[in-house]
Write a protein that binds this ligand. Structure first.
Ligand code: HEM
Ligand code: HEM
Length: 160
């Protein structure tokens, strides 16, 4: 298969994957440090700036996606696989925009006045994102090892 996503789409995909790893690593480890300590502060700052970067890259990515056609799905993909992959991709795009926005709402005075729900929503979307990424990676593995159609190469750097 030679059709790939273009270099910008591939770069944005993997940059956002790395930053999402930063988000979960920071959020899951800052409790090691007491409130008010430098360690906790630094992890939280990583979470904020990596989160803002995800929002910026996600918006750029969506604009790029709307103006640049992705390669067509491999011939012979079933209608069901097509619908399922589009649904997961759509929800992933939604999650990488909504999640940073919820984070931003949470840290404002307005967000704090809303009580617990912005925090709970941020937690819920984080869980949802994990489920979506699980399905997404399962899909990639299914293509790689069952269908053996090398779909994954569409999102990897071109081989010389
Ligand atoms: C895609 C981007 C993001 C992801 C995947 C993400 C993920 C997470 C996760 C997994 C938690 C821990 C939730 C829990 O179990 O309690 C968390 C907590 C938090 N996040 Fe994010 N986050 C993102 C962006 C942001 C942004 C942009 C901000 C702020 C501007 C932010 C602010 C917070 C805050 C304040 C908490 C602490 C909640 C608490 O402990 O009460 N997040 N985030
Ligand atoms: C961690 C968060 C991830 C997010 C948010 C994400 C998001 C997305 C989205 C939205 C698309 C659809 C692109 C489009 O057509 O518009 C996509 C495609 C793709 N992703 Fe991910 N992805 C993530 C992780 C991964 C991982 C870990 C892998 C590797 C197994 C992967 C492999 C792929 C591949 C191969 C495609 C291309 C599918 C095709 O050719 O139709 N992704 N990803």
């Amino acid at each position: 298969m030679t059709d790939r996503y273009d270099a910008v789409a591939r770069f944005l995909h993997w940059a956002i994957v790395l930053l999402i790893i930063v988000q979960f690593s920071s959020a899951w480890s800052w409790d090691i440090f007491e409130k008010g300590t430098t360690g906790r502060f630094v992890l939280f700052q990583f979470h904020l700036y990596s989160g803002y970067s995800i929002l910026a890259l996600a918006l750029l990515r969506i604009v790029w996606r709307l103006t640049h056609r992705p390669p067509p799905l491999p011939a012979g993909s079933s209608r069901l696989v097509e619908i399922a992959s589009h649904a997961v991709h759509g929800l992933l795009y939604l999650a990488i925009v909504v999640q940073p926005l919820l984070g931003i709402v949470m840290i404002t005075a307005f967000g704090k006045s809303l009580g617990r729900w912005p925090g709970e929503a941020h937690e819920l979307v984080a869980d949802g994102l994990l489920v979506l990424v699980g399905l997404h990676v399962a899909g990639a593995l299914f293509h790689q090892f069952v269908l053996r159609d090398r779909l994954i190469e569409r999102m990897l750097p071109a081989r010389r």
